[in-house]
Design a protein around this ligand. Structure first.
Ligand code: SF4
Ligand code: SF4
Length: 104
């Protein structure tokens, strides 16, 4: 079981989730030509700290809630996990992705 970063993160990458993760299992990369982040499902300890930090509500608490993106997080982990940390965007910076709203 693992937390999962979903499609709402595509093009956003606020990166505050990675800052609070106690086991450093959230990694940045590009997906579909846009900035993205994934959670390494092998390392995530399900602490829940990241979920309320995401300004656009892009994180879900289990693989069952978004099975497609759970698979994508897992598939991208090997290529993302050695990337340097992404810089944080301010939490009140307006979302870039159409349809996203600030929720946290
Ligand atoms: S805080 Fe949310 S939008 Fe930002 S990188 Fe993390 S999951 Fe993506
Ligand atoms: S649930 Fe905890 S361990 Fe898992 S990605 Fe979020 S902050 Fe990291």
């Amino acid at each position: 079981m693992s937390y999962v970063i979903t499609e709402k993160c595509l093009g956003e990458r606020y990166a505050v989730c990675a800052t609070v993760c106690p086991v450093e299992c959230i990694h940045p990369g590009d997906y579909k030509g846009q900035e993205f982040m994934i959670i390494d499902p092998e390392v995530c300890i399900n602490c829940g700290l990241c979920l309320p930090e995401c300004p656009v509500g892009a994180i879900v608490a289990s693989e069952e809630e978004d099975q497609a993106y759970a698979a994508i997080n897992k598939e991208l982990t090997p290529t993302y996990k050695n990337n340097p940390p992404a810089p944080e965007r301010p939490k009140n910076d307006p979302p870039k992705r159409p349809g996203n709203k600030l929720v946290n």
